[in-house]
Design a protein around this ligand. Structure first.
Ligand code: NCD
Length: 301
């Protein structure tokens, strides 16, 4: 793999291999601590980030590489002066061996690849995709449930504008016997193209009206934040389906709770102590999944 732009690029075998590698790195980080020595990776973030940027930067440094970074590229890079992403990529690639980019433009990563002579990793392209998040989400399913085939996943929150859900649906489509229960405001439902995709991949898709429509033994709750920054005033009038202790009491002890984070009120903090809460672990898994990806792209080449 040279670039990672979309979850479409990943096959089951790729995911298995990357997850196996993430496990190996987690078990013996010392063994991998110099593999990127001499490499420099640029992180170009035009949108806010905590987990994605810092876990990428930590992953690079834990593999022995170094970083150059603009943590607020829309303000602090020449983007502010009107430079296009393509021009910026042409420049930054002279200084770095790979570029990790997040931008509000849905085609940002694809456009970057068109001019890039170094690997490009999409760390979030508008409301479109977030493939490395989907990779770490699948890695979290695998480490906490032990398998992906046969999983039932309740997807909640903002499935219209939430890029993490889009990339995740694409990856879940690679597995057998998957059921997705969709519970969201009708204006925040998965876009039609993802519904079509699920159908073509044999994913069972159930639109729910309330928590009562989700089976007690659902394997995963995948909660997401309303992407207010992508929809303006409409955001305040939307219905959310927040997870609280009283809601979770209706579900199995084995139903895990995930969230790409950051959260607002959609998972109440009282659930942090619930043994089913997996979202902090999930964020930690991002480090290992991204180390595995960097190993493939930059070390194996
Ligand atoms: C997500 C994102 O940026 O799409 N955050 C993340 O990378 N973990 C989710 C969000 O912002 O709601």
């Amino acid at each position: 793999m040279r670039h990672l732009i979309s979850a479409d690029q990943l096959e089951r075998e790729d995911i298995e291999r990357l997850c196996d590698m993430a496990d190996k790195i987690r078990e013996n980080p010392q063994k991998f601590s110099k593999i990127l020595s001499g490499k420099i990776v640029a992180t170009l973030f035009y949108e806010p980030s905590t987990r994605t940027r810092l876990s990428f930067e930590s992953a690079i440094m834990r593999l022995g590489g170094r970083i150059i970074s603009t943590e607020n590229a829309s303000e602090n890079s020449s983007g502010k002066k009107g430079e296009t992403v393509s021009d910026t990529i042409r420049i930054v690639q002279s200084y770095a061996d790979a570029i990790v980019i997040r931008h509000s433009d849905e085609n940002s990563a694809e456009n970057a690849v068109k001019v890039a002579e170094v690997p490009i990793i999409n760390a979030g392209s508008g409301k479109n995709e977030h493939p490395t998040q989907a990779l770490l989400d699948i890695y979290t399913f695998r480490s906490s449930k032990g398998h992906i085939d046969g999983l039932s996943v309740a997807m909640l929150g903002d499935l219209m504008y939430g890029r993490t859900s889009h990339s995740l649906v694409k990856l879940l489509g690679l597995y057998d016997d998957i059921t997705i229960y969709e519970l969201s405001d009708e204006r925040l439902r998965l876009p039609e193209e993802y519904v079509t995709l699920m159908k073509s991949k044999g994913v069972k898709h159930v639109r729910c009206g309330s928590f009562d429509d989700i089976p007690r033994d659902v394997d995963v709750f995948y909660q997401t934040r309303v992407q207010k920054e992508r929809m303006g005033e409409q955001a305040d009038k939307l219905r959310t389906f927040d997870l609280t202790t009283s809601i979770m009491n209706k579900f199995s002890d084995d139903s895990i709770i995930m969230h790409p984070l950051p959260r607002n009120d959609e998972i109440s903090i009282e659930l942090d102590e619930d043994k089913r809460a997996m979202f902090f672990e999930q964020a930690k898994n991002g480090l290992y999944a991204r180390m595995a990806l960097l190993y493939e792209i930059l070390f194996l080449g």
